[in-house]
Design a protein around this ligand. Structure first.
Ligand code: FAD
Length: 470
């Protein structure tokens, strides 16, 4: 190891273990660990409020792990890196790769510029099980359908590299920054976040992973569809910001006996890879319909209905429970994400962009690849999309996946005393049943903002027209 200074630029890899870039930097010389909040190049994809909350707490934890050596900056990374290189006579800059199109473009420019200054740059894979450019079909084109992608490419074909331990020893270079984490103003003043109850950071991520593998994974295949059960991992925010690597999750899940549940869970990690694959090969994924024929889809603009959806006031209890779970906890169960998504784009015929934007701002796991790919899937305009005629019925979904109403009653307490028979369609309850449960439709709980059958038929007609375009 030399005394040359190497920058490790933390991005979506806020961890010490299984961090190839950091480990190599530690072996090479004195490490200057930095985080840059880039609000210059992100444009429409500046962090949402929920992501900022998580990031703030995660950076505090990371700084503790780095024995208070983390330097925080804000602005254009190219300028900041060039300043640091000059100030500290830095010889190399390391980072783990990110895959959002704007970051790829920015990083390419940075690499070029640093090369011109004779600075070594090294980038590594720190967020994916396999690199998207290695996941091509035999004819050299990218996969657009999940099952063959999962079977033939990615982890099924080549198991991921086993995770690395934390660097044995990090010798730090000393440096300073004019700003602190608090200067980034990540914590909004309106206190919406006070109810958030998440344990953030690498150590807590590992605790959650271990707990899930020991207690939740065995029943994952069945239990993952029931939002009141504790059978999903809730690892998505940790994975997004890189407090955990997918390889750590993959190998932890592999420690239990093989089962359908284990296979199903690994498959979900495969969906994450697939989304990144789509984003990498189709960088317009967040903005443009992958199926161009959807460009003429007759979306409706209706601010009142959009607000009712956002606030959990649609009159459909499962939809409202999901949207309120999102608002109160920064998370929503996957089954319910599908239900609320279908309701927005099909029953309300509101553009999937509106859903994508709302989720981007409110989800703690807001992730450009997963969010865009999932919304395109829901809207039917994506690569491997939900069949156009699948319109989730929130009443049936509720009866099936929240049969005791535990989840729905928790987030829609004004219906807590309503019997399960009418919980998902309170407008069908006789007056005496509503009276007994203390529900006054239109007052204590909204009447449905659209009629289910009518809105379903309207959606099917619009979708049929689009399907007929070749
Ligand atoms: P688990 O069921 O425990 O799964 C483990 C991990 O696998 C997850 O943490 C996630 O990384 C990955 N995964 C699971 N399901 C999916 C999926 N369908 N697609 C891609 N990866 C998956 N996920 C995000 O991480 N960020 C988003 O912004 C996001 N937006 C979504 C928007 C919509 C409309 C829908 C329908 C889904 C979205 N998802 C998103 C995917 C999925 O809902 C979440 O990854 C999952 O609910 C996270 O909870 P979990 O960690 O308990 O999942």
């Amino acid at each position: 190891m030399s005394n040359e200074i190497v920058i490790h630029w933390f991005r979506q890899d806020l961890r010490l273990a299984d961090n190839l870039s950091l480990s190599e930097a530690a072996q090479q010389g004195l490490v200057l660990p930095i985080y840059i909040y880039d609000d210059v190049n992100s444009n429409d994809y500046d962090l949402g409020d929920a992501s900022k909350w998580w990031l703030y707490h995660s950076l505090i934890k990371l700084n503790e792990s780095l024995k208070n050596h983390l330097l925080i900056f804000k602005g254009d990374p190219k300028t900041i890196l060039l300043d640091l290189i000059e100030k500290y006579d830095v010889k190399a800059v390391h980072w783990n790769r990110c895959y959002e199109p704007w970051r790829i473009a920015r990083d390419e420019l940075i690499k070029k510029s640093l090369k011109e200054h004779n600075i070594t740059t090294k980038s590594f894979n720190g967020s994916l099980l396999c690199e998207p450019w290695n996941n091509l079909k035999a004819d050299g084109t990218p996969y657009k359908v999940f099952t063959p992608f999962y079977k033939n490419a990615c982890i099924k074909a080549t198991p991921p590299n086993p995770p690395l331990p934390k660097p044995f020893r990090i010798k730090y270079a000393s440096g300073d920054s004019k700003i602190t984490l608090d200067d980034l103003n990540f914590i909004s003043k309106n206190k919406w976040h006070e109810k958030l109850n998440w344990k953030v950071g690498e150590e807590n991520a590992h605790k959650r992973l271990l707990n899930f593998v020991e207690n939740g994974l065995t029943n994952y295949k069945k239990g993952r569809d029931f939002p009141s059960l504790d059978n999903v991992s809730k690892l998505s925010p940790h994975l997004h910001i890189g407090e955990l690597s997918p390889s750590q999750v993959w190998y932890a899940a592999k420690t239990v006996q093989e089962s359908d549940s284990q296979e199903h869970f690994l498959r979900e990690l495969g969906w994450r890879e697939f989304s990144y694959n789509l984003l990498y090969h189709f960088p317009s994924l967040p903005k443009s319909n992958l199926q161009a024929k959807f460009d003429t889809f007759p979306w409706l603009k209706n601010q009142k209905r959009l607000s009712a959806w956002q606030r959990g006031q649609t009159g459909y209890p499962l939809v409202d429970a999901g949207m309120r779970q999102l608002w109160q906890t920064g998370y929503m169960h996957n089954r319910v994400r599908m239900v609320v998504g279908s309701f927005l784009v099909k029953n309300l015929l509101i553009h999937w962009h509106e859903g994508e934007r709302w989720f981007w701002n409110t989800l703690l796991d807001a992730d450009l690849a997963n969010n865009s790919a999932s919304w395109q899937w829901i809207a039917g305009c994506g690569a491997d999309a939900a069949p156009y005629f699948r319109v989730f019925n929130p009443c049936i979904q509720g009866q099936k996946f929240d049969p005791e109403g535990e989840y729905t009653r928790k987030y829609v307490p004004e219906l807590a005393s309503l019997s399960s028979k009418y919980l998902f369609s309170p407008w069908e309850a006789p007056k005496d049943v509503l009276d007994e449960a203390g529900v006054v439709l239109g007052k204590s709980y909204p009447k449905p903002i659209v009629e289910m059958q009518q809105s379903r038929n309207r959606a099917l007609e619009a979708y049929k027209k689009i399907q007929s375009i070749s």
